[in-house]
Design a binder for this molecule. Structure first.
Ligand code: FES
Ligand code: FES
Length: 160
């Protein structure tokens, strides 16, 4: 069975006919060609596929595309551009918070969701918000410090 899905991603409207079994992650990557969101485990464990769906952080590998009909999604492509990084992206660069970068889109979306929900997070808030994001390279302290710096500057913004 296939269904029509209308979805807004980073402010752009899309419509696609997708199989009932297609995940939001596969729709983003394979149908809409938004490959910034990464596929790691495919079973909701690693956080690489994290996106903001109707204001909430979700693992896109665990959500069916058909469930998202009428929804608003934000992915890492909405954070910034190569020539204009968002505050979080710049802080990750400045703080050496990535190596291979595979986990970075998910980390950025988790951090963005936190800073919008709680602009002045405690260290425990940051650690809790990033807990679902698995990094195989850097460890976590540099990413946590990057989020802490943006929060402390009190100028979280730049994500769409
Ligand atoms: S790919 Fe979705 S949580 Fe790992
Ligand atoms: S930077 Fe490589 S997995 Fe996190």
């Amino acid at each position: 069975m296939e269904y029509d899905v209308r979805i807004t991603v980073n402010g752009e409207r899309y419509q696609a006919r997708v199989p009932a079994s297609l995940t939001l992650l596969r729709m983003l990557r394979e149908v809409l060609h938004l490959t910034g969101t990464k596929e790691g485990c495919s079973i909701g464990e690693c956080g690489a596929c994290s996106v903001i769906l109707d204001g909430k952080l979700v693992n896109a590998c665990m959500v069916l595309a058909v469930e998202c009909d009428g929804s608003v999604v934000r992915t890492v492509e909405g954070e910034g551009a190569m020539d204009k990084l968002s505050d979080l992206q710049q802080a990750f660069v400045d703080n050496h918070a990535l190596q291979c970068g595979f986990c970075t889109p998910g980390m950025l979306m988790a951090a963005r969701e936190l800073l919008e929900r709680k602009p002045d997070p405690t260290d425990d808030d940051i650690i809790e918000a990033m807990a679902g994001q698995i990094c195989r390279c850097t460890g976590y302290e540099t990413a946590i410090e990057a989020v802490r710096r943006v929060a402390r500057k009190g100028q979280a913004g730049g994500g769409k």
